[in-house]
Design a protein around this ligand. Structure first.
Ligand code: NAD
Length: 260
């Protein structure tokens, strides 16, 4: 029998939950009984997912703020009062998304910031703001969404890979600091997941169909991941059955690379 997730009595803050992977995680945690604070920098998206959760009979509120802005993060988390589960999902692969691949040697140092600010400082800001309430309740869960790029490297996306690797190193350090309060800290490292950001408007062009075919050959399970493929593991890590699992980074990637 699969382990019960059972999150009644917990408030979960899911960042970047207005679409894609974050939305699927928010729905899964709400279905498991958590009261979900749906964060997104785009308020309308956060409101829509809040309404979707309520429409399914779950409990949710909208918590729009920019995870890169410390004052907004602190005010947003203070407003919630108590966060027992933090899902650091908000992230980006630059302004143009995952398709904007560029050799590092052609990048301008001024561009790197846009990767580091969301994917690393965003995680640090939200973790810093949420930890005091977890320490007070002597328990909590922090799960951060990183990328296979963090474990394996990614040619032409080096600043993104660096930010995600930074986030997983940060999480391992925090795991060591807060284990004494029964707070676990883990990461999930994603392969390519079908979300609005990775679904190109020109996906049907012959060139892109061929590119995708070549890309999928690197995956043992020959399909792109779906947001729900990620949400199941995150739900488990957030639940009571995962109380002795901490400091880990789990690949969710159709076998693109292995964790040894
Ligand atoms: N989709 C993939 O193939 C893939 C692969 C590896 C890792 N990831 C990681 O998974 C996570 C989710 O990816 P996705 O494809 O669902 O992304 P997405 O771009 O589809 O959705 C991300 C959401 O985060 C919000 N957001 C962006 N910046 C924010 C900020 N500063 N503050 C608050 N919200 C913000 C956006 O408005 C958006 O609604 C990201 O961390 C991403 O780096 C995704």
């Amino acid at each position: 029998m699969p382990p019960e997730i059972g999150l009644e009595g917990w408030r979960a803050l899911v960042t970047g939950a207005g679409q894609g992977v974050g939305r699927a995680i928010a729905l899964t945690l709400a279905d498991a009984g958590a009261e979900v604070a749906v964060n997104d920098v785009v308020e309308l998206r956060a409101d829509e997912v809040r309404d979707e959760i309520r429409g399914r009979g779950g409990r949710a509120e909208s918590a729009p703020f920019d995870v890169t802005d410390w004052d907004s993060v602190q005010a947003g988390v203070d407003r919630l009062g108590d966060v027992g589960i933090l899902i650091n999902n908000a992230g980006n692969a630059g302004v143009d998304g995952f398709s904007a691949l560029r050799p590092f040697v052609e990048t301008d140092p001024a561009e790197w910031d846009r990767y580091i600010r969301v994917n690393l400082y965003g995680v640090m800001n939200c973790t810093r703001a949420a930890l005091p309430s977890m320490i007070s309740r002597n328990g909590g869960r922090i799960i951060t969404v990183v990328s296979d790029a963090a474990r394996y490297g990614d040619a032409f996306l080096a600043p993104y890979a660096a930010a995600k690797a930074g986030a997983s190193g940060f999480c391992r350090s925090i795991a060591r600091e807060v284990g004494r309060y029964n707070i676990t800290v883990n990461c999930v490292a994603l392969g390519t997941i079908r979300t609005p950001t990775t679904s190109r408007p020109d996906a049907d062009s012959p060139e892109n169909v061929e590119r995708e075919k070549q890309q999928l050959k690197k995956y043992i399970i020959r399909r792109k991941g779906e947001p729900e493929d990620v949400a199941g593991l995150v739900g488990f890590l957030a639940g009571p059955s995962a109380s002795w699992i901490t400091g880990q980074t789990y690949p969710v990637n159709g076998g693109y690379s292995f964790a040894l």
